[in-house]
Structures are given as structure tokens and as C-alpha cells.
Design a protein around this ligand. Structure first.
Ligand code: CUA
Length: 311
């Protein structure tokens, strides 16, 4: 029933749910108004209709309680099921980093390709956007994909989709974020995999992880975090995706959010066995530098280091 193209894998499912809600609400509205009109006519002033109070009727009570209950619990279950799918990116989803700022969308691909207000994606490949904001709250919204996610400062939010048809689709900011909010948009360009590979090749830059590694040295991170350093600091190898014991006895999963927090708010979660001596980099480096560092930390593994040395 939708006027919009259904350009992502869950667009038809979101539309089915919406259509079902519309149909159900439409039927309820028609039912309520039909009964209203019948009663207005039958019980209008001066008619000879029966007016003695009705006796209780258990069957009627149960019917009008149970039917809506079952219908609405069904809608609830259906939407929760869809919501969980929308919130759970598949393991093979390709990450793409998005930084929102007043008033533009900056996109960085893991291969180092950068773009502003456009996002190129291959058709048929799950894409996981890892998003953060440099200033206020924005919201990443692609109606043709039926996806929308707030983008917040000092935090990473995620959104995933699989484009199902090639084409150019509108990208909007869906959260009022200041003067030029209405102009903060662009397009998502879904391309056949071969065209996408060609695009990536034509726009290749220094890889994001390589930029991060350079920053890791420039900013002096390696001064403490390299194994040969005299400072007692975690060496950060094989960190991403593993659980980290904290000094307060709890544990945390080292995901993108944890890595960013550790750079910007190092006092928030102290790794067990280490002193809280790390300085905060908040306000000292931009959101894109943080993303590059995070991408580098994800690739900082012993295996990668060994192959480096033996080359
Ligand atoms: Cu960014 Cu509205």
C-alpha cells in the first residue's frame, strides 16, 4: 500500500505491519461509528425503544474483552519480533562509520573512502552503520529502507540494513538539530556489487585502521600502551570483542562503545589491575579521529603484529 519504494530487506515486513495496524484501526473506527449511528437513531428522544437497564451477559462481556486482547497481543508479538530483527545486525554485516554534525553526514568506509551527505552501499550485502555525533542529537533516516536511528554525541548507535534494489534514495536528518536541520540530508546510493567494488577502488584512500595506527603513534598512545613501554598500561592486543574485567569487579564487552569511552572518558571504566592514569582525549581529538583509533584497535591483534614482523 505504500507509495515509497521498498528498497531494503525489511521494508516489505514493516509495510505489512503498518497495513495490518491501519486495517485493524480502520475496522474498529467503522465499528464504533456504526454503533454510534444506530444508537443515535434508535434511542433518540421520543422513540418507543426498550429502555430498561440491560442484564449482565457473561458471553458478551467475554467476547468484547477477549477478541481485542488477542488481536492487540498479536500485534505486540508481531512488532517485537520485527523490532528484534531490526536491532540485531547479522555477523557478516559490513561496518561503515557515520559522523553527524551541524549540518552534514560524514561517512567513512573501512577501506578509508570518505564521503559527505552520500552513502554508497552494495545491493544484497548487510551494512552496519556505527554512528556518532560531533555536536547535538541527529537522526539517520532512510524512508525507502524503513530505518531510522538517533545519532548521539559521546555515544555510538547502530543501524543495519540490506539494500535490495539499486537506486538513489533520500537520506534525512529526522531530529531537529538547529538552523539548517531541514537541509541536513543527502542520498544513499545502492549499487550492484560489481559497480560498488569499482566505486570503492576509485575512491580508495589510506585505510581507516592505518589512519588510526598513525594517530596511535602521533598522539602518544603507543608511549604507554606498547609492550616495551615502561608504563603499566594495558597493551590493547586482542581487545575487541572480548570481555574486560574492571576494577570494580564487573565485566564489560570491548565493543566500539567501550573503546570510544576508554579514549574520551577513561575514568569511567578502569580495567582491573591498572591505575586510572590515562588522560582524557575529550575535546582534544575529533570524532573522526576517534573512529580511526577505534578501527585500528579492532585490528590490533597479536596475529596481525606477528605477520607484520615476519614480513
Ligand atoms: Cu541533524 Cu536535524
Amino acid at each position: 500500500m505504500s507509495m515509497l519504494p521498498q528498497a531494503s530487506s525489511f521494508a516489505p515486513d514493516v509495510d505489512h505491519l503498518f497495513d495490518a495496524l491501519l486495517l485493524l484501526c480502520g475496522l474498529v473506527t467503522i465499528g464504533v461509528f456504526a454503533v454510534m449511528i444506530v444508537f443515535c437513531v434508535r434511542y433518540r428522544h421520543g422513540t418507543a425503544a426498550e429502555r430498561t437497564p440491560a442484564r449482565q451477559h457473561l458471553g458478551v462481556e467475554l467476547t468484547w474483552t477477549l477478541i481485542p486482547f488477542v488481536l492487540f497481543m498479536g500485534i505486540f508479538g508481531w512488532s517485537v519480533h520485527l523490532w528484534i530483527r531490526l536491532r540485531t545486525p547479522p555477523k557478516n554485516a559490513q561496518p561503515v562509520y557515520v559522523v553527524a554534525k551541524q549540518w552534514m553526514w560524514k561517512v567513512q568506509h573501512p577501506g578509508g573512502q570518505r564521503e559527505i551527505d552520500t552513502l554508497h552501499v552494495p545491493v544484497g550485502q548487510p551494512i552496519r552503520l556505527v554512528m556518532t555525533s560531533q555536536d547535538v542529537i541527529h537522526s539517520f533516516y532512510v524512508p525507502a529502507f524503513r530505518v531510522k536511528q538517533d545519532v548521539l554525541p559521546d555515544r555510538y548507535t547502530e543501524l543495519w540494513f540490506t539494500a535490495t534494489q539499486a537506486g538513489t534514495f533520500h537520506l534525512f536528518c529526522a531530529e531537529f538539530c538547529g538552523t539548517d536541520h531541514a537541509r541536513m540530508g543527502g542520498s544513499v546510493i545502492a549499487m550492484a556489487p560489481a559497480d560498488y567494488a569499482r566505486w570503492l577502488h576509485a575512491h580508495a584512500g589510506l585505510g581507516l585502521a592505518a589512519q588510526g595506527e598513525a594517530l596511535f603513534r602521533q598522539l602518544g598512545c603507543s608511549g604507554c600502551h606498547d609492550p616495551q613501554s615502561g608504563v603499566h598500561a594495558p597493551d590493547l592486543y586482542d581487545l575487541y570483542g572480548h570481555t574486560v574485567p574492571l576494577s570494580d569487579g564487573s565485566q564489560v564487552l570491548a565493543d566500539e562503545r567501550y573503546l570510544q569511552d576508554s579514549i574520551l572518558l577513561p575514568k569511567k571504566q578502569i580495567a582491573a589491575g591498572y591505575a586510572p592514569i590515562m588522560p582524557s582525549f575529550e575535546g582534544r581529538i575529533g570524532a573522526e579521529d576517534v573512529l580511526a583509533l577505534v578501527d585500528y584497535l579492532k585490528t590490533r591483534t597479536r596475529a596481525a603484529e606477528d605477520s607484520h614482523e615476519h614480513r
